[in-house]
Design a protein around this ligand. Structure first.
Ligand code: PMV
Length: 349
């Protein structure tokens, strides 16, 4: 009998950014965060896991290239946790269940978008890895439990286990048992909000989020202010804005938090620059677009890379695309300006 499962998981883009770990092994964050899980097909990881008594070791392929699973690595931790759950929740309870926890696994994962370019590939990647092993092992566990495991692969991955608007509660337990993702609102709660992804540069980023965060935690005074004074209120306010479908507040908080995240990166020693001149140009265009309209019609946000994500209600998308095309015509660095904006206007303009 073949023991194999394939699942896929989407990217999520944070409105309140996770940046900083209080425990680097368990991946416990220094602040809570909140994101939107993109529900289109364009930015997904698809992962197949197979267990076989003939396999001689656990192996992993990313986009067709084999990656070593080092002992103690995050991938190793996730696989070990899921094998242990298979044993305790399935095999120990049913003696006729195949002993998959004793077999080695082969895992193959594909991203349909650039890897490690600030497009949250680790989020969808680890979410897909964890959910494919959970499906293979037929684990009777909730998405919340899986989010605790995915978190140990890549922090932001815990949020990709849910659709819609998702918070990652930082928690306070030292074992990480209360640091997991919760759904704030389903994808259908607030239809018509779209994410326009402007791929400014799809090369691998210079400073990985892991080393960047560590440097920031060690050196930035601004991070301490952000953790204590800023994020708790923003988490409460943006959750309320989502519940009330208040785009103005949602957008203001999203832009302010992106800017503070990049300020914290700049406040790091040595400083980290994730945005480039094109990114800053996108900020200027969206700020001016909102100012001229006398209301907030779009919100930008940038992760650990130069690519822009613009959140906007559907009725504004056409205008926004026209603006981007006008101000960045033939922009050499805009390799694929409209890689995704969920919904009907899909495609290049
Ligand atoms: O989960 P990581 O280590 O890839 O970190 C993600 C950090 C940001 O994307 C910049 C912010 C976030 O909350 O997703």
């Amino acid at each position: 009998m073949v023991h194999q499962a394939t699942t896929s998981a989407p990217v999520n883009i944070a409105c309140i950014k996770y940046w900083g770990k209080r425990d680097t092994k368990l991946i416990l964050p220094t602040n809570s965060s909140l994101s939107v899980t993109l529900d289109q097909d364009h930015l997904r990881s698809t992962t197949t896991s197979r267990a076989d008594p003939e396999f001689t070791k656990d192996r992993l392929w990313l986009n067709g290239n084999e990656e070593e699973i080092k002992p103690g690595s995050r991938t190793h931790t996730c696989i070990a946790e899921l094998k242990a759950l298979r044993k305790t929740t399935v095999e120990d309870k049913n003696s006729s269940a195949p002993k998959l926890s004793t077999y080695h696994v082969h895992i193959s994962s594909y991203n349909n978008f650039p890897t490690a370019a600030g497009l949250a590939s680790s989020a969808s990647g680890f979410a897909a890895l964890v959910s494919s092993l959970a499906a293979l092992y037929e684990l009777p566990v909730s998405p919340k439990d899986l989010s605790i495991i995915a978190r140990q692969g890549s922090g932001s991955a815990c949020r990709s286990l849910f659709g819609g608007y998702v918070a990652w509660e930082e928690g306070s337990a030292s074992d990480g048992s209360d640091s997991y993702a919760v759904q704030v609102a389903t994808e259908s709660h607030w239809p018509g909000i779209h994410a326009l992804i402007c791929v400014v540069n799809d090369a691998k980023k210079g400073t990985s989020s892991t080393s960047g965060m560590q440097r920031t935690v060690e050196t930035s005074a601004l991070l301490q202010h952000r953790i204590k004074e800023v994020v708790p209120k923003r988490m409460a306010d943006i959750s309320k804005a989502i519940q009330e479908k208040d785009f103005d507040t949602f957008a203001r908080i999203t832009m302010a938090d992106s800017n503070q995240f990049h300020a914290v990166a700049l406040d790091t020693t040595p400083p980290i620059f994730y945005m480039n001149d094109v990114s800053r140009g996108v900020i200027a265009v969206i700020e001016e677009y909102n100012r001229a309209a006398g209301k907030i019609k779009a919100a930008y946000t940038f992760d650990a890379g130069p690519n822009a994500v613009i959140y906007a209600p559907e009725e504004n998308l056409k205008e926004i695309i026209q603006l981007i095309v006008k101000f960045f015509p033939q922009q050499a660095e805009f390799k694929d300006p409209f890689a995704l904006f969920g919904g009907k206007l899909e495609g290049r303009v």
